[in-house]
Design a protein around this ligand. Structure first.
Ligand code: G6P
Length: 607
């Protein structure tokens, strides 16, 4: 999940590459590096840790050169130190790589046998040596790259530069994304269009197996056999977005606060609030002809899908099979021909989610993508894209993308229920009306920040936290636990409240607070029983509920956070906010790196 950049430019490129890398830092931030060509020689600066370290190094030791490549790393093979940082060099070849070369061990042996010395522990270095070996055999640079590419198994996006030619970068893609940006007398390569946004919004995406020869005034894409292929040039929408924190301390805080607005945009895309109906969607099937849905996703997007399962089954009477994509892709699930598959992904690039999509593609069922990045691979490989209109999400822990995913799934549920005749026109209106109130309620929840901050201060003193919920609050309990562990590093688990007595109850004592997510719904009393079981064992409860729930909870709590009374259908969207805020404030008290927590990356393009 590293980020890569390449520029064949007309001015010194190192500062531009760093600027582009800043926009890719969400993909990894273990180390970073830049290489350029100065007077026919490769030159590079690399630094362990965040990009600021590389910037500092470049300030002291600037790089000239009007062609260059850059990299920000999320370590897979080899610890995150300077030696393992990209670009990697071999005899006039420089290379940056995102992905994993699966046959690197075998190639390494072979190259060592030929006298090549390895200076890093990475899988990437083999690619540099493979190409250098071809050059040494007298093969010209472009062909040398092509020969090497044919030897690689695994997932890669690559940018390759040659000391002997300061007007050439070879890009290649097999798995992780790679975009080529078109400028005036200059060309760019990047892991996504946002990275290239300051330079151009005219972009060509490479497809799997493609490789490209990129020069200042020309560019050609080839397939793996070396046959020239045409790829569409598109206008990227990513470029219109400004990526900055505004007045907020962290991107995560900003993104939490954007939710009323982005939820509103997203819902308005799918619902006609005046008519009280769901808008027609350009789906390649009618929900009335479908008897099953398959959902797959990873992380927070998976938990959004899990809420969607409850909604689809309850309102549209449509069974949903859902699994995390890393399991889905390998478990050889039989897929009924009368089903449709939906993939949920903020980035639209998650490797496991993409592999699950391709599995369903082979099974021949229609495919929909619920994605935030409309030009992403998952979007492009789907029959229909259902965008979340969250805008760029930079904080690694997903917040606004989650509630926008829920918004799309809620609207889609209404569409399905209406087509299947499982709700009446009046019920459809009521559901649409309840969704129309979501932004207002979300804004009210944001005003609870002082109380939630106070709870977070207490929470930051504990080592373990348990989250409980039933029905749609069960995925939220898991999301709450995920958010907290991701950014505060406090160990947290999310459980279905009814499962408490089948294990986690053994852990309950005064050192493990229990956060109960329980709007006053039809099974509220069941959750109250679970809270009593916790209280009876000296457990400390933080209850997130509404006024009625608070009045009827009948247990002593450490704190009760009272949300507005909201219709049951939209509760998962509204209850997502306090759990995000709780995790956020806790992490701030713990002093962790909220936007770039350790070991994580926002876009996971390796399995
Ligand atoms: C990573 C991110 C999560 C995200 C998950 C799935 O783990 O840190 O925030 O939920 O990937 O990513 P996607 O882009 O497919 O939604």
């Amino acid at each position: 999940m590293c980020g890569i950049v390449g520029i064949v430019g007309q001015t010194p490129v190192a500062p531009l590459i760093v600027d582009a890398l800043k926009r890719l830092e969400y993909r990894g931030y273990d180390s970073a590096g830049v290489a350029t060509i100065e007077n026919g020689e490769l030159a590079r600066r690399r630094a362990e840790g965040k990009l600021v370290n590389l910037e500092r190094r470049l300030k002291n030791e600037p790089l000239d050169g009007m062609i260059g490549i850059g990299h920000t790393r999320w370590a897979t093979h080899g610890v995150p130190n300077e030696t393992n940082a990209h670009p990697h060099f071999s005899n006039g070849v420089a290379i940056v790589h995102n992905g994993i070369i699966e046959n690197f061990a075998e190639l390494r042996q072979e190259l060592k046998g030929d006298g090549y010395e390895f200076t890093s522990q990475t899988d990437t270095e083999v690619v540099a040596h493979l190409i250098a070996r071809e050059l040494a055999r007298g093969v010209k640079p472009v062909e040398a790259a092509h020969v090497a590419l044919k030897r690689l198994n695994g997932a890669f996006a690559l940018a390759i530069m040659f000391a002997s030619d300061d007007n050439l970068i070879v890009g290649a893609r097999n798995g992780p994304p790679l975009a080529i940006g078109h400028g005036e007398g200059e060309m760019f390569l990047g892991s996504d269009a946002i990275a290239l946004a300051p330079f151009t919004n005219s972009v060509t995406y490479l497809e799997d197996g493609d490789w490209a020869v990129v020069r200042r005034d020309e560019f050609q894409v080839y397939d793996i056999d070396g046959k020239p292929v045409e790829r569409q040039r598109r206008q990227s929408v990513g470029s219109s977005y400004l990526v900055d924190k505004g007045n907020h301390r962290h991107f995560m805080e900003k993104e939490i606060h954007e939710q009323p607005e982005v939820i509103s945009h997203t819902l308005a895309h799918y619902l006609d609030f005046t008519q009280g109906t769901s808008k027609p969607l350009d789906l390649p099937f009618n929900f009335a002809d479908i008897d099953r849905l398959a959902f797959s996703a990873c992380g927070t997007a998976y938990l959004a899908g899990l809420v969607g399962k409850y909604w689809f089954e309850r309102h549209a009477r449509l069974p949903v099979d859902i699994d995390v994509a890393s399991e889905f892709r390998y478990r050889e699930m039989p897929i009924s021909k009368k089903s449709a598959a939906f993939f949920v992904s903020q980035s639209g690039e998650t490797a496991d989610t993409l592999a699950s999509l391709r599995y369903c593609r082979k099974e021949g069922v229609p495919i929909g993508a619920i994605v935030n990045v409309r030009e992403s691979t998952i979007a492009r490989e789907s029959d229909v894209t259902l965008p979340t209109l969250a805008g760029p999400e930079i904080g690694v822990a997903s917040t606004k993308a989650f509630t926008c995913q829920l918004s799309v799934l809620a609207a889609l549920t209404i569409r399905a229920a209406s087509q299947r005749g499982t709700i009446t026109a009046d019920e459809e209106q009521a559901l649409v009306r309840s969704l129309s109130e979501t932004p207002r309620y979300a804004a009210q929840v944001l005003k609870l920040d002082k109380q939630i901050e106070k709870v977070a201060r207490d929470l930051s003193h504990y080592k373990h936290v348990l989250y409980l919920g039933r029905d749609t609050s069960f995925p939220l309990a898991m999301e709450g636990a995920l958010k907290l562990k991701e950014i505060s590093y406090i160990h947290a688990e999310g459980y279905a409240a009814g499962e408490l007595k089948h294990g986690p109850i053994a852990l309950i004592d005064e050192n493990m607070p229990v956060i109960v997510i329980a709007p006053h719904d039809r099974i509220f009393e069941k959750t109250v029983s679970n809270m009593q079981e916790v209280a009876a064992r000296g457990g400390k409860i933080i209850l997130i509920t509404d006024r009625k729930g608070a009045a009827q909870a009948t247990v002593d709590t450490m704190e009760t956070i009272i949300l507005p009374d909201v219709p049951e259908f939209i509760a998962p969207i509204i209850y997502a906010l306090p759990i995000q805020m709780l995790a956020y404030f806790t992490a701030v008290f713990m002093g962790t790196d909220v936007d770039q927590p350790r070991n994580l990356a926002k876009s996971v393009t390796v399995e």
